[in-house]
Write a protein that binds this ligand. Structure first.
Ligand SMILES: [Cu+2]
Length: 476
């Protein structure tokens, strides 16, 4: 995540700040560019870009977009001009796994838009998709005709056309943008992005923080071995992603010990995601509606983010370590589950699977001792399939995928440095370890206890059931 955007600097159009130095970005615009549309800035890398320190306009503390970037703008007589290009993109969702998506400016999700409360925004949107589109500025106060609902508030932007949206960013907060034209297709294909309006002056409900991250929850249904999402899917997604990346392809969130940290999370999937942080308690300080009143805040370690919602969480990172940060729906920390695959717990199928996969490329089986097997076996999987649960930690496989990352809190992390510090070096004697001493008989539950009333139609014999690992993936 420490690569500078060579695309941006090569063009000399905008420069991103150095990752550690906090150098101020220079914005210079050629005379040709001033006369025409702002040249679109395209980004094809998947690293978390250093926050874009504003070179023009009111100052603010920029956000870091997880495995993403902020779109540079140009100032044109006091108006901030951006150029979004809606287009097909290739997104590497995890190392070795690429998806053919739709997005903006070379990426899905699109770049984060950062402005300041009171800014006048002019947003050029060029449509390079094979069908019409529009952009809805989710959560914004704006003139009705700028709301981006094709058919209702504007004609759709036809392929090859450029539209312009113009409005004032009236209230500070976290917003999203996405098409409001053939949404089912376009959002299932990855068209979405973040928008942050920073406060103009000190706001009693918006604290200053040392780290400010943002990412979108999104989901795809891409068959093993294929490249393009299935757009009709409503329930059976198999790739649960943050900013169209899946663990272990999601960058860690790296902070300095005792940093105040803000994370803005938007949900543009078809289901809710209880997002859970280890080792710290956080407050929900904002929604898409703006900062929450202080009297409504309470500490949590999990917050549910419903469909179409944004939640902004804040905490003091005062515990050193590598803290898991993930969706608490266990199916959402898995990748590329085959649907309708048989449960084969108790069967050693490694050799069988290899043979079958030669005949049926999509064939996958569940692990014989539960799903943890899948992480360690060298399962033959079709080309371009996201590996299942392959995060490798310092102590072995993490057995996770999908919506999972790590909050890394370090004493020696420098202010403003977002680089990955590597694995936590645990102080001696602070890691759970095998116990080899004598073990007393453990206490065990002895009786099921009573009941509130006698049961009618009691069966002649008792029934005992066995819990099986789920064999399908359809009930989430
Ligand atoms: Cu989830």
């Amino acid at each position: 995540m420490n690569k500078e955007s060579d695309v941006n600097s090569r063009r000399g159009f905008f420069k991103l700040a150095g990752i550690a130095g906090g150098a101020v970005a220079a914005a210079s615009v050629s005379r040709v560019a001033m006369a025409a549309l702002p040249e679109p800035v395209i980004q094809t890398g998947t690293d978390t870009m250093a926050p874009l320190v504003p070179g023009t306009g009111r100052p603010y503390n920029p956000v870091a977009t997880l495995n993403g970037w902020t779109l540079p703008w140009r100032m044109n007589q006091g108006v901030k001009e951006f150029h979004l290009v809606a287009e097909p993109v290739v997104r590497e969702m995890a190392p070795g796994f690429k998806a053919h998506l739709w997005g903006y400016n070379g990426q899905s999700p699109g770049p984060t838009i950062e402005v300041v409360e009171g800014d006048r925004i002019r947003m050029f949107v060029t449509n390079k998709l094979p069908e019409h589109t529009s952009v809805h500025w989710h959560g914004q106060r704006l003139p009705n005709g700028m709301d981006g609902v094709s058919g209702l508030t504007q004609p759709a932007i036809q392929p090859g056309k450029t539209f312009v949206y113009e409005f004032i960013a009236r209230r500070p907060g976290t917003f999203m943008y996405h098409p409001h034209a053939d949404e089912m297709t376009q959002m299932a294909m990855g068209m979405m992005g973040f928008w942050v309006t920073h406060p103009k002056t000190k706001n009693p409900l918006i604290d200053e923080v040392q780290r400010d991250f943002c990412f979108l929850l999104n989901a795809y249904d891409i068959d093993p071995g294929s490249y393009t999402p299935k757009i009709m899917t409503m329930m059976d997604f198999n790739l649960w992603s943050w900013n169209s990346r899946i663990f272990p392809g999601i960058d860690s969130l790296n902070v300095r010990l005792n940093d105040k940290v803000r994370i803005r999370i938007g949900n543009l999937t078809m289901t809710n995601h209880p997002i859970h942080l280890h080792g710290h308690e956080f407050l929900v300080t904002g929604t898409d509606g703006g900062p929450t009143p202080k009297s409504t805040r309470w500490y949590e370690v999990t917050t549910d983010i419903a469909v179409g919602q944004m939640r902004q969480i804040e905490f003091l990172a005062d515990e050193e370590g590598d803290w898991a940060f993930h969706c608490h729906k266990s199916h959402h920390t898995m990748n590329a589950m085959g649907h309708d695959v048989p449960t084969l717990i108790g069967v050693d199928h490694r050799d069988v699977a290899r043979k079958i996969s030669r005949l049926i490329p999509d064939y996958m089986v569940m692990g014989e001792r539960g799903m943890a097997d899948m992480a360690e076996m060298e399962m033959p999987i079709p080309d371009n399939t996201a590996p299942m649960m392959t995060g490798q930690g310092p102590f072995g496989s993490v057995e996770m995928g999908g919506m999972f990352s790590v909050l890394k809190v370090r004493k020696e992390q420098k202010t403003g440095d977002y680089k990955d510090p590597g694995w936590f070096k645990h102080p001696a004697g602070t890691v759970a370890h095998e116990y080899t001493g004598a073990i007393a008989e453990p206490a065990r539950f002895k009786s099921e206890g009573g009941q509130s009333m006698p049961r009618a139609n009691k069966n002649a014999s008792d029934t005992v059931v066995q819990v099986r690992k789920p064999s399908s993936h359809s009930d989430h």
